[in-house]
Design a protein around this ligand. Structure first.
Ligand SMILES: [Zn+2]
Length: 610
């Protein structure tokens, strides 16, 4: 059978309906559902657009919903907004923001103004409070019930400051993320109507049908499958296209089972398409006006992007959509549904690195849709880990180099005295840099160290099971922990608790090495509060090596190992000192090392070696 785009979409819809009904990662799990239908008309002269939005909201919770909240993210780009205040008041502000929001003029700010809102045809009362719309419902939505919200809004695209906006430094006309009134997520933790201060991702899963009307010369890339390529051209079809109305074209996109919809448009986009064998088509959108060398980078990226897609699909789980787009958006790199917006003008290494990271986000944050404001380390940290792993695999470089950097930065932070636990809300770190280390580095180490604790093979199985059980859901930290426990059969609660909910640190030491009657006794000491099982390597003077493993008693088991090792008696955490013996005289022992691979984030490695 030959698949056309529409029967692939039908297949997905059928698959997702089945998935929605049948797949529950654990008993009692539920999630809300939205279906958006939006029509947008863009006035490119004023950078304003009119929007009509129909939203069908299904309440799968066991609760009666009497209020709802929408995010109006563009309102952050106004002088005096919380994002502006945070930037001005931060001890280490984001240089990309600085005072730029304060200096925006009225025709440069962003806004979303809600003109009317109805619930099942009844007018609702609502109030815009910064970046959040608070709505009182006319009729509460019962558990299992549904409501249809009809909204009319208009909006202005801000000068690009962070992520979204117009006419950025690379000259991309429109980078449209966080651009529509987006219903806040309600889950087992309640409402997540967070104001937009720095981070935004936590959305409701659902289906999007979006029509964008814009001047005919603009090329659009983004979330969703284009439904009318023969009306559009622009690389989606080879047909010669005439505008449908007053020099404008209406682009019709459908995106099944996503929790966001993003797009970008420019007059000068080149649009290339490549195919991943047994995978999605990859679309590339980048400006034709870049210097020749930069354009070559974008051509050279394309076969590498295929390898990236294959790496993630093989090592985490198959990418489930039929399309992924890499779009020059002009600011940093940010992950969205079925696409990413990235800077386009850097070096090839930079372009590849940001693509690897953002594409990995399709798994960690997009499909495994953790709340970015609360569990950012499962989003950025896991992405950073798999992005670096993919990069070192594809270019055959040493994965321990980026890993070492992560550990060193974390250790510096842990010893600095300013560490805040990973349970800190993403917007409420004292230093912005603390957020970066907590999310990217400490999240990366969470995985790398998990491999040390449960063994690499168990780790690989854990990642695949985590994806299989929690894709298209909103996993929380306990879900990755329980997955690792089920795969390994080990108790790991201590790991999640100490690593993510406290600032306890790991510090084990070799306290003393003494000999009596040709038997050498090694005394170890636990100095840090955080427990760990220990790998210990002993090198003898004859050049041979022996591995020892000290199980952590509260794990109630041992990690498997392919390599020969001597399993010693358990170390129960409360005892600060632990001793074991080697039936050899001390003079035959050359070096003793705790954790020779350096996978434990021990904050003082000097005392790990004798
Ligand atoms: Zn990221």
């Amino acid at each position: 059978m030959k698949y056309t785009k529409s029967n692939i979409i039908n297949f997905f819809i059928v698959l997702f309906v089945v998935t929605k009904i049948s797949a529950q990662p654990h008993p009692g799990y539920w999630q809300q559902h939205v279906d958006y239908t939006m029509k947008i008309d863009v006035d490119i002269e004023s950078y304003q657009y009119q929007g009509v939005q129909k939203l069908v909201y299904t309440n799968n919770s066991p609760d009666v919903i009497s209020r709802v909240f929408y995010h109006l993210y563009f309102n952050a780009f106004q002088p005096g907004s919380e994002m502006d205040a945070r930037s001005l008041g931060s001890p280490d502000p984001d240089s990309r923001i600085g005072k730029k929001i304060s200096n925006l003029k009225p025709d440069e700010i962003g806004y979303i103004k809600v003109l009317s809102l109805k619930q099942n045809s009844i007018d609702l009362s609502y109030e815009t409070v910064g970046t959040v719309l608070e709505v009182e419902l006319a009729n509460p939505i019962q558990p299992g019930g549904q409501a249809t919200f009809d909204m009319v809004f208009n909006a202005q695209v801000p000068i690009q400051i962070r992520r979204s906006g117009r006419n950025n430094s690379e000259g991309v006309a429109l980078s449209m993320s966080q651009w529509y009134p987006k219903l806040a997520e309600y889950d087992f933790e309640g409402w997540h109507a967070d104001p937009y201060i720095e981070r935004e991702f936590h959305g409701v899963w659902g289906d999007f049908d979006v029509k964008i009307t814009i001047d005919e010369d603009y090329t659009i890339g983004g979330t969703g499958y284009l439904q009318n390529p023969d009306d559009i051209g622009h690389g989606y079809s080879t047909k010669n296209i005439k505008s449908q109305k007053e020099g404008k074209l209406t682009w019709h996109f459908v995106a099944p089972n996503v929790h966001d919809f993003t797009w970008a448009a420019d007059l000068e986009y080149i649009h290339d398409i490549t195919q991943v064998p047994n995978g999605p088509t990859l679309h590339f959108f980048y400006k034709s006006t870049m210097p020749k060398g930069k354009l070559e980078n974008w051509k050279n990226l394309q076969p590498k992007a295929i390898e990236l897609m294959q790496f993630f699909s093989d090592n985490i789980g198959k990418y489930p959509y039929d399309q992924y787009s890499i779009i020059q958006g002009g600011d940093g790199g940010m992950e969205y549904g079925m696409c990413t917006l990235i800077v386009g003008e850097g070096t090839f290494d930079g372009l590849f690195g940001v693509t690897a990271h953002e594409m990995a986000h399709s798994w960690f944050q997009f499909l495994l849709a953790t709340n970015e404001l609360k569990y950012y380390w499962m989003d950025e940290g896991f992405t950073e880990y798999f992005g670096e792993l993919a990069e070192s695999t594809i270019f055959n470089t040493d994965f321990s180099i980026p890993t070492r950097k992560m550990y060193n930065s974390y250790i510096f932070y842990a010893r600095s005295g300013v560490e805040q636990p990973q349970t800190t809300h993403a917007d409420r770190f004292f230093f912005r840099n603390s957020y970066k280390i907590s999310s990217y580095y400490k999240g990366y180490i969470f995985l790398s160290q998990l491999g040390y604790i449960i063994g690499q093979e168990n780790f690989n199985k854990t990642i695949k099971k985590y994806y299989k059980d929690f894709k298209f859901k909103h996993p929380v930290p306990n879900d990755i922990l329980r997955t690792a426990e089920k795969v390994s059969g080990l108790d790991l609660e201590w790991y999640l608790t100490d690593w993510t909910q406290t600032t306890n640190t790991i510090d084990y030491a070799i306290k003393s090495v003494e000999e009596k009657d040709n038997v050498t006794t090694i005394d170890l000491e636990r100095i840090g509060l955080m427990p760990m099982p220990l790998d210990i390597q002993v090198e003898y003077t004859d050049g041979s090596k022996q591995m020892f493993y000290i199980p952590l008693q509260m794990m109630r088991g041992e990690k498997p190992s392919d390599e020969p090792r001597t399993v010693l008696k358990d170390w129960a955490w409360a005892y600060p000192v632990y001793s074991f013996e080697i039936n050899k005289p001390q003079k035959e022992i050359k070096v003793i090392t705790i954790d020779p691979k350096g996978l434990m984030a021990d904050i003082n490695r000097i005392n790990n070696r004798w």
